[in-house]
Design a protein around this ligand. Structure first.
Ligand code: NAD
Ligand code: MG
Length: 339
C-alpha cells in the first residue's frame, strides 16, 4: 500500500524563510502561486519577457520576475511550463542560477524520468503533483478544501527534501485531501499509461467507434452522440461516486446484462491486455518519450495533422451543435458542468 500523508504530517513552517518561484502561470502555475501566497509563503512568478500572463499575475497581487531573475532569487523553483518546453527553459533560464541546497520541483515526472532535465547533485528535486486541473486546485483551496496530490523525492541533497515537499503541498491545499507517496519514475509511467490506454487514447477510440457504427448503420448522429459520448460523463460520475456496482445499480438490469455479454466482445480481455502491455513497454523503455521529443523537434507534423483531423470528425461537429443548446453551455467550471 502507498504511504499517505495528511495535514498533521506536514509542517508549513519548513517553508519559513524559503523563497519560492513558480515558473509559468497557466493552469497549475496560477493555482500554486495563489495558494502558496494565501498560505503566507514568499512567492514570485517567473515568466518570459512579454508574457501575456504578467498583468494577470500582478493583478492577483503577485510579484512577477523574468524566469532568470526568479530562478536566481528563489530557493525552491517549481517548473510549471508545458512539459515539452521545460527542458529548454530549465537549461537556458534556470540551471545557470542554481545554488547548492536549492530545490527544483515539478508537477509531473516526464522530464526527470526521461532525463531531459538533470539537476546538479547538490540540489533537491521533488514532485508535487495535484491529481486535478489547476482551476480545481485553486477553487478547492478557496473553499477550504484541497485536491489530492502525489509527492515524490527524486534527489535529497539537503536531507530536508521530503519535509519541504510535504510543506509545499500543504501550502497548495493538497494535505487537506491526502498526499500519496510515489516516485517520479512510477508517476510518469502510470500517468502516460493511463492517458494512452484508458482515459484518452482508449476512451476516445471507443467513443468514435461507437458513434461511427451507429451513424454508418443509418441512425441519426444526434442520437449516436448522446448514446456514445454525452452519457459517458453520467456513467463515469456514478463510478467515481460509488464504484462500478453503484453505476450498475443506477442502470437497468438489461444494461448490466449487456455489459457482461458484450463488453468482452468489443474489448477481448486477454488481447486488449496484451496490446496495453505493448504500450506500457514503449513507455517503460523510453521509445514513446523519444518519439514525442522528436515530434516536438520536428515541427509536430503528425500531432498537428491528427489534431486538425479530429476537429472534422462528425462526432465533434454534431457534438458542438448539440452542446450549444444545452443548459450548461455557459458553465465555466468543467467539473460541475451538467450536474
Ligand atoms: P499550461 O499549458 O496551463 O501552462 C503552461 C504555462 O507555461 C503557460 O503559462 C505558458 O504561457 C507557459 N509557457 C509555455 N511555453 C513557455 C516557454 N517556452 N517559456 C516560458 N513559459 C512558457 O500547463 P499546466 O497544465 O499548468 O501544466 C504545467 C505542469 O503541470 C506540467 O508539468 C503538467 O504535466 C503538470 N500538471 C498539469 C495538470 C493539469 O491538469 N493541468 C495536473 C497535474 C500536473
Ligand atoms: Mg495525467
Amino acid at each position: 500500500m502507498a504511504k499517505m500523508y495528511y495535514e498533521q504530517d506536514c509542517d508549513l513552517s519548513k517553508l519559513d524563510g524559503k523563497k519560492i518561484a513558480i515558473i509559468g502561470y497557466g493552469s497549475q502555475g496560477h493555482a500554486h502561486a495563489l495558494n502558496l501566497k494565501d498560505s503566507g509563503c514568499d512567492v514570485c512568478v517567473g515568466l518570459r519577457a512579454g508574457s501575456k500572463h504578467a498583468a494577470e499575475a500582478e493583478g492577483h497581487g503577485l510579484t512577477v520576475k523574468t524566469i532568470d531573475e526568479a530562478a536566481e532569487w528563489a530557493d525552491i523553483i517549481m517548473i510549471l511550463v508545458n512539459d515539452e518546453v521545460a527542458a529548454q527553459v530549465y537549461k537556458e533560464h534556470i540551471a545557470p542560477h542554481l545554488e547548492a541546497g536549492n530545490a527544483v520541483a515539478f508537477a509531473h515526472g516526464f522530464n526527470i524520468r526521461y532525463k531531459q532535465v538533470v539537476v546538479p547533485e547538490d540540489c533537491d528535486v521533488f514532485m508535487a503533483a495535484p491529481k486535478g486541473p489547476g482551476h480545481t486546485v485553486r477553487s478547492q483551496f478557496v473553499n477550504g478544501r484541497g485536491v489530492p496530490c502525489l509527492v515524490a523525492v527524486e534527489q535529497d541533497a539537503t536531507g530536508q527534501c521530503k519535509d519541504v515537499a510535504l510543506a509545499y503541498i500543504a501550502g497548495i491545499g493538497g494535505a487537506r485531501a491526502g498526499i500519496m507517496e510515489t516516485t517520479m519514475h512510477d508517476e510518469t509511467e502510470t500517468d502516460l499509461f493511463g492517458e494512452q490506454c484508458v482515459l484518452m487514447g482508449g476512451l476516445v477510440e471507443l467513443m468514435k467507434c461507437g458513434f461511427e457504427v451507429l451513424t454508418e448503420a443509418g441512425y441519426e448522429p444526434e442520437n449516436a452522440y448522446f448514446e456514445c459520448i454525452h452519457e459517458m460523463k453520467l456513467i463515469v460520475d456514478l463510478i467515481n461516486k460509488g464504484g462500478i456496482a453503484a453505476m450498475n445499480y443506477s442502470c437497468s438490469d438489461t444494461a448490466e446484462y449487456g455489459e457482461y455479454v458484450s463488453g468482452p466482445r468489443v474489448l477481448p480481455h486477454e488481447e486488449t491486455k496484451a496490446r496495453m502491455r505493448a504500450v506500457l513497454s514503449d513507455i517503460q523503455d523510453g521509445s514513446f518519450a523519444g518519439r514525442w521529443i522528436a515530434e516536438n523537434k520536428n515541427g509536430r507534423t503528425f500531432f498537428n495533422s491528427k489534431h486538425e483531423q479530429l476537429a472534422q470528425h462528425p462526432a465533434e461537429v454534431v457534438g458542438k451543435q448539440l452542446r450549444e443548446s444545452m443548459l450548461w453551455k455557459n458553465d465555466t467550471d468543467l467539473d460541475t458542468a451538467s450536474n
